[in-house]
Design a protein around this ligand. Structure first.
Ligand code: PT3
Length: 344
């Protein structure tokens, strides 16, 4: 069997908080580059992912950079653009011939993007989509959501008081956890009200908010309107790669994106492990041509540095999933006409 084509979808590396809560002792000036920016920790995480990918594909990708082999697209966001650049520094360290300056062991490789206002593939949840909003409203009235709110009413009220945020809900609490997580990751002293138990509870509610975005109620229809859009694009590329001769197609397509991108995609594939995609985690699709000439798809998820990516099995298929079966099983979560399906 031979590896023919790889698609990667990864989250950016470690960043500073997207924002601070009103009573946060650490406001934007506390962060070297301000809010939402890739840190040197994040740059190293992405470089390390690039190095791991170089090892995994050392017999697949050319040893030196060949522009026809790869295409990288990022959302138009500093942290994802810089993540892709750091990743490529690890994936294509130049040999002496490729170095444009003998003192610089780095070579520029293009990272493509589209303006944020026009991003329709890699930033989730995709809006505007009235039908999705309707499904979200229905989810808000589901037993699971209302019970979760009831069980945490007092806790959310405490968080609102301590943070100075007027109303903290299951949908906004992710941001409080995120800010505290970033501060903790960067050894900043947390306020006394943030006990280990409070962090644990905030983390659970943050993970619930990802389920709310893409699951809990009508997961399949939400997938058609969300992660299925990206999955459709990936399926089309897999099919194209299977229908042209090897040298006519890219070897590697990489998307540099966000946690919600990975969660939307994995919810659509029904392989989500219910944990927010970690920094620099990477979902891998590998297309193989078997000895009998048929094609199969294998998926892996690398969510721990220094560890081999683990196999992800598409429900209803085996690890080595025949391409036609992969397409058949994912048909239900791919929209026929997104605009039309978004109408109410
Ligand atoms: C409104 C803020 C949305 N958050 C982001 O864009 C982050 O990159 C988030 O998706 C992440 O992966 O950390």
């Amino acid at each position: 069997r031979s590896l023919r084509f790889v698609t990667l979808v990864y989250r950016h590396g470690d960043r500073s908080p997207i924002k601070a809560y009103p009573r946060d002792p650490y406001q934007e000036a506390a962060w070297p580059q301000g809010f939402g920016q890739l840190t040197q920790v994040g740059m190293r995480q992405q470089w390390e992912l690039g190095q791991a990918l170089r090892g995994r594909y050392r017999d697949f990708l050319n040893a030196t950079y060949r522009r026809q082999e790869i295409f990288i697209r990022s959302t138009d966001c500093d942290r994802t653009l810089m993540s892709a650049e750091a990743n490529l520094a690890g994936l294509y360290p130049p040999d002496r011939q490729e170095m444009f300056n003998p003192n610089v062991s780095w070579q520029p490789i293009p990272v493509h993007t589209v303006p944020e206002s026009g991003e329709r593939l890699l930033k989730f949840p995709l809006t505007p989509c009235p039908r999705y909003e309707q499904l979200q409203n229905e989810t808000r009235h589901s037993a699971e959501y209302t019970n979760k709110t009831k069980e945490n009413l007092q806790f959310l009220q405490m968080v609102a008081n301590e943070t100075g945020i007027r109303d903290v809900s299951l949908e906004s609490v992710w941001s409080v956890y995120d800010t505290l997580f970033c501060e903790q990751a960067h050894k900043m002293k947390l306020p006394l009200w943030v006990t280990p138990d409070v962090m644990t509870r905030l983390k659970q509610l943050k993970d619930f908010s990802f389920e709310f975005l893409f699951g809990i109620h009508h997961r399949i229809e939400k997938a058609r309107l969300q992660g299925g859009v990206l999955l459709d694009h990936i399926r089309k590329n897999l099919t194209k790669a299977a229908n042209v001769s090897a040298h006519q197609h890219l070897k590697l397509l990489a998307y540099s994106a966000h946690d919600t991108t990975l969660v939307a995609l994995q919810m659509a594939l029904d392989v989500y492990n219910r944990i927010q995609a970690p920094y620099a985690s990477c979902h891998i699709f590998e297309l193989y041509q078997e000895d009998d000439g048929n094609f199969s798809v294998e998926m892996f998820f690398r969510n721990e540095s220094g560890k081999e990516p683990f196999p992800l099995m598409l429900p209803g298929c085996q690890q080595k999933c025949p391409l036609h079966r992969f397409l058949q099983l994912t048909d239900p979560v791919v929209p026929q006409d997104w605009e039309q399906e978004c109408q109410v």
